[in-house]
Design a protein around this ligand. Structure first.
Ligand code: GLY
Length: 401
């Protein structure tokens, strides 16, 4: 009887809910997915052939500059995104070809399992081996790498400030930083939370402590995130704020805002701590309040929005779209619809010819028009591997809705 009532209710209620929650543009995006993934597969098959032609220690796709594909070693902060992108293509297609490619390109990452030179090991190993683990492949191999990597990242935790120090003391644009902490660091907490779930309680404490302190000390009153907060070496006081890849220390670097939004959304998923949800919502609302070009792809820094000649950053758009597709599930329906519809509008734009490269172009990367480091003229308006990664993740998340 109860089952019958469930079926009857389901039949009556679900279609109503589905109709109500249909977002403008969603059917259009859904109808594009098949051909979008056909083009993705064609581009990445060609990219795989390029990777095969590179020397084995320097064969991780990074970007295209001056019309030439550039590759990195597995020690670059961006190294996890290419194998991660292959895992995401496998997740969508479930094809043995992409699974084998992902396994093959992830194999060399064992050598960075103890990497502690900076905070980026989360990006490097969680996007590569972490995705393999998530998809149930080679778990016994990847789990110990991830556990070691979390230990390595934990060595950068500074209990007196309650944060993971991103880099050792170093110079940036002629200024000496003492104990710098970058907003991107939020992304690396997923690796620590994985380790916590597998028995490393310290890793979990460190991740929460880092997120708590970031929540308290790394945001302005208007809700935007500082890019780099530098702490004094001998106290918990802030020494200075740095612009880093942004236009100025008091500006809002677009990708940094997207990292903050994604990082707190992810921490809410993994902890169910309402404070992280509040911060994620505040980041999302900040993002939605900004004046954005009609195509929803921001300029590289919000302070230069609309200034002629300034480049966009499609990577920031992709990261934000992926985060909003997750966050929309954690809030009430009307707020969720706003987030979901922004994500869909962004993905419609990213899958259009303005951003999504035609087969055989763009060095076989997927997205055009990302900006990595405008102030030092590095990677301006080019394809960059992390844009592809979050674009794919957003498409897969959309597909799963
Ligand atoms: N994590 C460095 C960047 O987003 O460029």
């Amino acid at each position: 009887m109860r089952i019958l009532r469930g079926i009857v209710l389901g039949t009556l209620v679900l279609p109503l809910f589905a109709a109500k929650s249909e977002i403008s543009g969603e059917s259009e995006l859904r109808s594009r997915l098949h051909s979008v993934f056909q083009r993705i597969e064609a581009q990445y098959r060609a990219m795989e052939a390029k990777v095969d032609r590179q020397p084995s220690g320097r064969n991780v796709p990074l970007d295209v500059r001056g019309g030439t594909n550039h590759f990195s070693t597995v020690k670059a902060w961006t190294s996890g995104f290419y194998p991660g992108a292959l895992w995401l293509v496998y997740e969508y297609t479930r094809s043995g070809f992409w699974k084998d490619a992902a396994v093959r390109r992830t194999a060399p990452y064992e050598c960075i399992r103890h990497f502690s030179a900076d905070h980026d090991i989360g990006f490097m190993l969680y996007c590569s081996a972490g995705n393999g683990y998530r998809l149930g492949v080679n778990r016994d191999v990847y789990r110990p790498w991830l556990m070691d990597a979390a230990k390595a990242l934990s060595t950068r935790f500074r209990p007196d400030i309650g944060l993971i120090q991103s880099w050792d003391a170093r110079e940036l644009a002629g200024a000496k930083m003492q104990r710098p902490v970058i907003i991107d660091n939020m992304m690396n907490l997923e690796l620590l939370m994985f380790a916590a779930e597998h028995g490393d309680a310290d890793a979990g404490r460190i991740a929460r402590c880092h997120a708590d302190t970031t929540d308290r000390r790394h945001f302005r009153a208007d809700g935007s995130a500082y890019h780099i907060v530098d702490y004094r070496r001998d106290s918990a006081d802030i020494f200075a704020y740095f612009a880093g890849q942004g236009a100025s220390a008091d500006g809002a670097w677009s990708r940094g805002q997207a990292w903050a939004l994604y990082g707190f959304t992810m921490m809410f998923r993994l902890t169910r701590d309402e404070r992280y949800l509040r911060r994620a919502v505040s980041c999302a609302d900040w993002w939605l309040r900004q004046s954005m070009p009609e195509d929803m792809v921001p300029y590289w820094d919000f302070s230069v929005s609309g200034r002629p000649g300034e480049p966009r950053d499609s990577s920031a758009a992709a990261i934000a779209a992926s985060a909003l597709l997750e966050l929309h599930k954690y809030v009430d329906e009307s707020q969720g619809c706003r987030y979901r519809s922004r994500a869909v509008a962004t993905l419609l734009s990213l899958t259009s010819d303005s951003y999504f490269a035609k087969e055989g172009t763009n060095g076989n990367f997927l997205l055009m028009h990302s900006t990595g480091f405008k102030p030092n003229n590095g990677q301006v308006d080019v394809p960059i591997v992390y844009a592809d990664y979050y674009f794919l993740e957003a498409l897969v998340r959309f597909h799963r809705l």
